[in-house]
Design a protein around this ligand. Sequence first.
Ligand code: GDP
Length: 462
Amino acid sequence: MLEDTIAAISTPIGGGGIGIIRISGPEAIKITEKIFKPAVQSNWREKKFKLVYGQVVEPGTQKIIDEVLLGVMPAPYSYTREDVVEINCHGGPAPLRKVLEKVLQGGARLAEPGEFTKRAFLNGRLDLARAEAIIDIIRATTDDALQLAVNQLSGALSLKLEQVQAELLNIVALVEAAIDFPEDEVEEYSDKKISDRLEKLLREIENLLAGAEAGKIYREGIRTVIVGKPNVGKSSLLNVLLREKRAIVTDVPGTTRDIIEEVLNLGGVPVVLMDTAGIRETKDAVEKIGVERTRATIEMADLVLVVLDAAGGIDREDEEILSLVGNKRGVMVLNKIDVNAHMNTATRDKTRNLLPGWPMVEISALQEQGIRELENTVVELVTGGRVITGEGVMVTNVRHKNQLVKAREHLSEAIAAIQGGLTPELVAIDVRGAWEAMGEINGSIITEDIVDKIFADFCIGK
Ligand code: GDP
């Protein structure tokens, strides 16, 4: 258990029915006592779960600061496994700041970002992968992203990792026994048996990695840009998409994310639209976005939607834009198909061939035709058809993915060593390396600075 008691405002700043100050640590109840007056005299300090109605008052003068509900959650049955008190104040910035000030004067220290969750991890309530799921739940912008984060919090990924780790440790033990007792027959040890077991693990890790690309997209969104020459209908498409598909995105105070981009929910995939200002600027006198700017935004994007005008036909300017997308992934969006004299089949096929490998979708932004098909095409393209299932395990976090890649390398080395007839000592080094790489995912083997770095990404009060 950690020594000091921490406190923070755990709800977003702004007007709201309630706002919560969270206090955690050995002094939580003692500090609250100094400022809380229950409405009915009771022994609210006793260590039991309860909600108590009363007031927060100035310690000396007893002047009322706010009317509150106190949630008392004694250790170890709390979020942090420490004594926790949550003061449910009215949700305005003034009462929250004032009550927090009194709590800090009473002896608590202002919590660092993510410190409550860090304590939950350090006190053994959550492993690291599950603690990280909490931040993903807070930031989820679509139902599917939420589902994945909740699965991770419920421990589906952790369980899978534990199984792999346990098997790795068993193998380490066997290989090390073979080092220590080369003469004796270690019954389960044979090069063939060990290499089969390692290969099975390798396949499991590869399976996890195969889903990681799609998983990352659900967690972080896919950075998308809409490009095309002036008047093809980019802003019309943008408006249709925003009207129908805009995802709920809230500012997360205290996080590094300072620009709020437009986020669409396309079939559960968070699509982060970049440079939407650039599209709208084309309405100004200065018409062209300019090739350089288009090139720069394409460069940063994971996905490109190139809008073409089916009624006006394809010209050099379109071809120039198409030549910029290079090896990016994307969709050709053929707009204005509502216009009577739009492309004939031959021209359409020719257009399709301008970017072989890219799907082409025909739409009318004006009449909102083909939007659903565009959505399905994007989802298929970025997820490769992987669907989110109820209790599915999907790696969504880049840190986890990197550790899996390390584990895979070690396993491949170990397999190569054993099949190449190298000594068990050399095999053991790599199996152990794989085990350590896995351990950094759930935090069973991890250094303090990695832990600090992970939790610093959280917001204050979490
Ligand atoms: P941008 O310059 O690429 O952003 O193009 P806009 O969205 O401003 O559209 C240019 C013009 O094309 C406007 O007059 C739109 O009303 C029109 N337009 C956009 N989409 C369609 C469409 O699907 N069909 C038709 N007929 N006109 C469209």
